[in-house]
Write a protein that binds this ligand. Structure first.
Ligand SMILES: *Cc1c(COP(=O)(O)O)cnc(C)c1O
Length: 393
């Protein structure tokens, strides 16, 4: 694949595995084994069966009639919101738990910000009967109490990270420390296309089911497997990478990645990584991240917890730099309005992350014959309180 990872774990200038020496054996074991394992027929059979019978795949490709009328193009929703646990994150969690089993691991760790990845991880650990420890910033545990309860109900241990800003990056540090201390029996499930190689490629492959299905469904519904536009929101970038994956080599397909502008790109409260970021190393890979002049990571902000991340995965950094995909951003307010519009035009309450992608439809002028696919990365149940507060229902 032209835009895929090379044998050294790089996408152009980005990627690699920048980890402390003590983590090297863990990452190296994964690097040596992952391709063999995930390309094995028995792995594929088990993965595909669980995606079908447990997750509920294939997720529908829904022709959104009223959206199509409003925006003057054929708009299709790829319905990842209908997956078990309510978003695309379960695709990756299933893939990684099956990989961990084949590596002989007896224990799973993860870190979570909003709790969505923690819930997906706790879910697959329950499914497989494997011990699960989720690290979460103490402040995030307060903000996301329902997800903490879900993880506990699913049998996971939730450990508060009490250092630093007591949020995601501190939880990540705790998870790294745990992995260093338990290299033999523990697998670390990372929730997006970030982290040291091979994670970005591994997660992209697990999420690529999204675009594989979309191609087939588009062919059935439109007579062509290629749309004119593909849109997805980007936090770390896993739903977008899954949605782009099988279209990357189809250069005529326009790929649009939507970041969170928060209160405005230049407001000082933003998570618009490509607009504000510079090249550097974040969470084990060389990528684009928001940082100060002397290289300190800038605390990001978005109303949407899933997009509130100071970087993007290295493959996105590459696609951005070489202009294969376009990176844009949407503010909190624009996303909330789009969430309301989608609810009232289509009867689908989207996650606020997803609403960022939907909001960008306002900014494109389409031809009536254009086929447009948007990844509906998750459902909005978890965001109801935020919607209520904003609209005063
Ligand atoms: C976590 C999450 C995201 C952002 O993560 P990516 O890795 O960028 O996909 C987007 N949408 C939903 C619904 C999420 O839960």
């Amino acid at each position: 694949m032209k835009y895929g990872v090379n044998e050294y774990g790089y996408y152009g200038d980005f990627g690699g595995a920048y980890v402390p020496e003590m983590l090297y054996p863990n990452v190296e074991e994964l690097r040596q084994e992952y391709q063999k394992i995930i390309n094995d027929d028995s792995f594929k059979a088990e993965f595909n069966q669980l995606l079908r019978d447990y997750v509920g795949r294939p997720s529908p490709l829904y022709y959104a009639k009223r959206y199509s009328e409003k925006y003057g193009a054929n708009i299709f929703f790829k319905r990842e919101d209908l997956n078990h646990t309510g978003s695309h994150k379960i695709n990756n969690a299933i893939g990684q738990i099956l990989l961990a089993k084949r590596l002989g691991k007896k224990r799973i760790i993860a870190e979570t910000g909003a709790g969505q990845h923690g819930v997906a991880t706790a879910t697959v650990c329950a499914l497989m009967g494997i011990e699960c420890v989720v690290y979460m910033g103490e402040i995030d545990m307060e903000r996301q109490a329902p997800n903490v309860a879900r993880m506990k109900m699913l049998g996971a241990k939730v450990v508060p990270a009490t250092s630093g800003s007591k949020t995601l990056k501190d939880a990540t540090n705790e998870a790294m420390r745990d992995w260093i201390a338990n290299p033999v029996d523990t697998h670390y499930i990372i929730g997006s296309v970030v982290g040291p190689y091979p994670y970005p490629d591994m997660v992209a492959q697990f999420q690529s089911i999204i675009s594989a299905e979309t191609k087939k469904q588009l062919l059935e519904q439109t007579g062509s497997e290629l749309p004119h536009y593909v849109l997805a929101c980007v936090g770390g970038g896993s739903n977008a990478m899954g949605m782009f994956y099988h279209f990357l080599d189809d250069e005529e397909v326009k790929l649009i990645a939507v970041e969170a502008a928060g209160k405005g790109v230049n407001s000082g409260h933003s998570a618009a990584t490509t607009a504000l970021g510079k090249e550097g190393v974040l969470h084990g890979s060389r990528t684009i991240l928001m940082q100060t002049d002397d290289g300190q990571v800038v605390e990001p902000y978005s109303i949407s917890a899933g997009l509130d991340y100071p970087g993007i995965g290295p493959q996105h950094a590459h696609l951005y730099k070489i202009n294969r995909a376009v990176y844009v951003s949407i503010t909190d307010d624009e996303s909330l309005d789009a969430g309301l519009l989608c609810s009232q035009l289509e009867g689908i309450i989207p996650a606020i992350e997803t609403a960022h992608a939907l909001a960008y439809l306002e900014k494109v002028t389409f031809q009536p014959t254009d086929n447009v696919v948007i990844c509906i990365s998750g459902r909005g149940d978890k965001d109801l309180n935020t919607y209520i507060k904003h609209f005063g229902f």
